[in-house]
Design a protein around this ligand. Structure first.
Ligand SMILES: NC(=O)c1ccc[n+]([C@@H]2O[C@H](COP(=O)([O-])OP(=O)(O)OC[C@H]3O[C@@H](n4cnc5c(N)ncnc54)[C@H](O)[C@@H]3O)[C@@H](O)[C@H]2O)c1
Length: 442
């Protein structure tokens, strides 16, 4: 299959609607890495290895040396925001990276300026920016975004462009009729249908142009039948939703372990404090609801209570996020997990994670961008479920339950890469070469 992947020649544009804490940490990180000031730690595409062939072959290259990914030196950044700050100013405001580091790459960061946003306060109540597009209707706004993408591509002499949503979490709403077909959605854009959110307008613009799209927030965005259909029609890879960082990352590491050992779980209480702009947006109950739904699904899908009601049939799962400005981007989370073992004896696990949200999210933006670009060059279109590894609430084909277990997600991602490159898939059976080894010894 490897011969079918087009080479990553020329420059790759990465566009982010939303140039806040995550997007600026990602951009500043890549620029610092390219200048030799930092390492891409946490990026599986850059620093992760992949085993190839049998264990006895000892082949374990870095993923970036195995699959033809865009080179970090060939990346050009752009995006949209409702605040006019350039990336240096926005990164200083976000206070994720220290001022000394930002100062060393100030010129490069200042050169990245947002384009005017498609924004509607109905969907993000706690923000009030002014750097916003106006248009006759939502279709007109979508066309303006398409123009932005094309101008960005031309102005920077880019070979390819991808888009990763790094904008604020929109309020919770469910898919309805206008989201069902491409025709209904396009009519809805022309009619200014109130059920079409700004993130959907960006996603539509990208997918219509065949620009791969990944969604880092829990909003529906491209997780609606109309845009899935459009992504197949325009041969565009899509992925979502919600970067898997912090507490949910820990949850999808721990829960599969408990499940693997057939230990019971009666309660999982998760609470967080964070004080960045994301925290401010999530302080509104309608915006928090979108996040809550994304976070709550995880345990249900890992423990599958209907298959094992004795161990997981009665889990009390609660998730809270509290806006607490003094902590800034340094989110602190607490988990209390009530578990039970042999003969029903109770035990508890406490996790106190002092994490840095955007430090965990930035490499995910990079990997998603590089992998959806790879998918496009490999002629893969529609939902890229193999990228679930990076996502809190993975988008799947209708009727399919998402896989949340991070280890299964990793195996799926690695096997997809092996498959793309014409390598054997790894089942971890190993019986064949075990016998060969035994025979050799005898
Ligand atoms: N940091 C993490 O670990 C993490 C994890 C999972 C998901 N996320 C999600 O990623 C997104 C970004 O997080 P963040 O910490 O960078 O938040 P942030 O508030 O710092 O940045 C979001 C930016 O998006 C802009 N924005 C909002 N609506 C927009 C629109 N319609 N068009 C263009 N720009 C728009 C805001 O002005 C803001 O600058 C959020 O939705 C967050 O929930 C973050």
């Amino acid at each position: 299959m490897s011969q079918q992947i087009r080479k990553a020649e020329g420059k790759l544009g990465i566009l982010t609607p939303g140039m806040g804490a995550v997007a600026t940490t990602f951009m500043a990180g890549v620029i610092a890495i390219n200048k030799g000031l930092a390492k891409p730690i946490g990026s599986v595409s850059q620093m992760g290895n992949i085993r190839l062939g049998k264990r006895t072959e000892n082949r374990n290259p870095l993923i970036k040396d195995f699959v033809p990914l865009a080179n970090l030196q060939d990346i050009v950044f752009g995006g949209w925001d409702l605040y006019e700050d350039n990336v240096y100013q926005a990164a200083m405001h976000a206070k994720v990276l220290d001022a000394n580091m930002l100062f060393q790459i100030k010129a490069e960061l200042e050169a990245i300026r947002p384009m005017k946003a498609v924004f509607d306060r109905t969907f993000v109540k706690n923000l009030d920016g002014t750097y916003i597009k106006t248009g006759t209707d939502k279709m007109d706004l979508a066309k303006q975004v398409m123009n932005d993408i094309e101008n960005f591509k031309e102005a920077n002499d880019l070979d390819r462009v991808v888009m990763v949503w790094c904008g604020s979490t929109e309020i919770y709403f469910e898919a309805s009729e206008v989201h069902n077909t491409i025709e209904a959605f396009e009519q809805g854009l022309k009619d200014n249908d109130p059920n079409i959110s700004p993130s959907m307008i960006y996603a539509y613009a990208a997918i219509k142009l065949g620009v791969p799209f990944a969604n880092g927030a829990p909003n529906l965005t491209c997780d609606i039948p109309a845009l899935v259909e459009l992504s197949k029609q325009t041969s565009t890879p899509i992925a979502g939703k919600d970067f898997k960082t912090g507490q949910t990352l820990m949850k999808t590491i721990l829960a599969p372990g408990l499940y693997a050992r057939a230990l019971g779980v009666s309660g999982w209480f998760s609470t967080n404090i964070l004080g960045n702009r994301d925290g401010l947006v999530l302080d509104d109950p309608d915006n928090f609801k979108t996040k809550e739904v994304s976070k709550l699904g995880v345990l249900e899908d890992i423990f599958k209570p209907e298959d094992n009601p004795e161990l997981y049939g009665d889990i009390y799962h609660k998730v809270r996020i509290n806006y607490y400005p003094p902590h800034g981007d340094n989110k602190e989370s607490w988990d209390n997990i009530d578990i039970f073992g042999w003969m029903g004896y109770q035990m508890q696990i406490k996790v106190n994670f002092l994490c840095r949200d955007s430090i965990l999210a930035a490499p995910i933006v990079l990997d998603l961008a590089l992998f959806i670009d790879l998918a496009k060059r490999a002629d893969m279109s529609g939902i890229q479920e193999w990228l679930s590894f990076y996502l809190k609430s993975p988008q799947t084909a209708e009727g399919l339950r998402p896989e949340h277990d991070i280890f299964k997600q990793l195996i799926k991602m690695q096997n997809t890469l092996r498959h793309l490159m014409g390598e054997d898939l790894i089942t971890h059976l190993g019986l064949d070469y075990y016998q060969e080894l035994v025979d050799e010894i005898l």
